[in-house]
Each structure stands twice: as C-alpha cells, then as structure tokens.
Design a binder for this molecule. Sequence first.
Ligand SMILES: C[S@@+](CC[C@H](N)C(=O)[O-])C[C@H]1O[C@@H](n2cnc3c(N)ncnc32)[C@H](O)[C@@H]1O
Length: 229
Amino acid sequence: MKLGQRLQTIAGMVPAGVTMADIGTDHAYLPIYLVKEKIVARAIAGDVHHGPYLSAQNAVAAAQLEQYISVRLGNGLAVLQPGEADVVVIAGMGGANIIAILQACPDITSLVQRLILQPMIAAAPVRLWLHTQGWQIVDEQLVQEEGKLYQIIAAEPGAGPLDDQSLYEIGPRLWQSRHPLLRLHINELISQRRAVLLAMGGSDDAVKSAKYREYTRKLNALEEKLLCL
Ligand SMILES: C[S@@+](CC[C@H](N)C(=O)[O-])C[C@H]1O[C@@H](n2cnc3c(N)ncnc32)[C@H](O)[C@@H]1O
C-alpha cells in the first residue's frame, strides 16, 4: 500500500510498537498502512461522521485487518479509554478543531505519550496551545504535495514556552533543523500576513487598531527571520 507524501511523513513519525489512534481517520489509510507494514500491532481509527466511519470500516474489512484495527464512531478522543493509545494522530483538520479535540478530554490527552498533529490552517495557535499545556515540540516536518505545503508537528509531554514568539508561527524544530522547505514556508507565512494587512489597509479604523500593529510586528519578525537564513 502506497501513501501520499503527507501521510507517509506522518507514518514516519509514529514510533514502532505503539498503539496508535488516528482521530478523524476518514479512509483509515494511515492505520491500515501502519499495521500492514508491521510498524504497529494495534490501532484505533475514529471519526465523528457516519460516512467516513463507514468508509474506514469498509477499508479495514477489505484489508482483513478487523482484528488489529478498531474502527469507532465518535467525537475526537471520546472514542478512547484513558491510556488506551500511546500515540494520537490528528491530521487534515483546522487548528481550532484540533485544539478543541485535545481540550475536550483532558483525562485521555494527559496519558498520551506522543501527539502527531497536522493542522491545515492555524498551526501557530496549536503550537501555542501545546507549549502552554505541558507539551514540547520534539519534531516537525514540512511536506509539499500537489503544490500545497503541509506542517506536521510531533509533541511529547514536557515543559517550557518558546522564547522567540515568531517560532510559534514558523515552528521551533523547522527553524532549528533549517528544514529544506523552510524558506518557502516562511515566504508563505509572509504572503499571508501581507494579504491580511493589505485588506485591513482599506479601513482607517483597522489601520489604527491594536490588531494591525500586532500583525505588522509579526510580519516584521518573519521578514527578519528570513534574513537570518
Ligand atoms: C479531511 S479528513 C482527514 C482524513 C485523514 N486524517 C487525513 O489526514 O488524510 C478530516 C476528517 O476528520 C473528521 N473529523 C472532524 N472533526 C472530528 C472530530 N471532532 N472527531 C473525529 N473526527 C473528526 C471528519 O469527519 C473527516 O473524516
């Protein structure tokens, strides 16, 4: 079974031998791959919507892996018992939804050994949430697939906020490792900030607002980072 590069990279961040849960699994490609490749012996595939849940069930049955992959219908981490999954993957959702899922079941989240998160948007609030809730980012990857750049964040229990605020946006491990796609990533962040500031520039009130000053400061910080590369 061949995964796309995004899911393949996520699979590469799952340690061997763990029990993993794929929350928002949809087609269950990731748990099927991990079990087929004998990277994990057991997985849980959860989804809140009936269609994706059925599609996961069918895919697991077609692969004859029902014994190893438990497909469950339910909201976020509520499909898990506390301590049941060592590693939780939440991929392909917005950052706000990912944070809501992690916050909704503290008894389950607190017993997870590794989170692997792939926010489609709003990665900075996810990093901020992790660092304020006792998680440290231990690995980060960027993947370019079909012209789109994806950020993948792995976190484990550990303390400490980031000294440099711009790293919540960029990603501390992406910066530290000077990831090969880092320049492209920072340029994308700069373009997004410029577009927001340009839109706000149409209103005098918006230009005078604290938000405008904050966004300008963040844009300057990103531009400075780019100069350091
Ligand atoms: C775009 S798909 C991503 C599928 C897969 N994780 C991937 O990255 O390719 C998002 C999936 O998350 C599910 N989802 C959204 N919110 C959820 C929640 N609170 N709990 C469980 N699943 C959720 C949706 O039903 C959908 O199947």
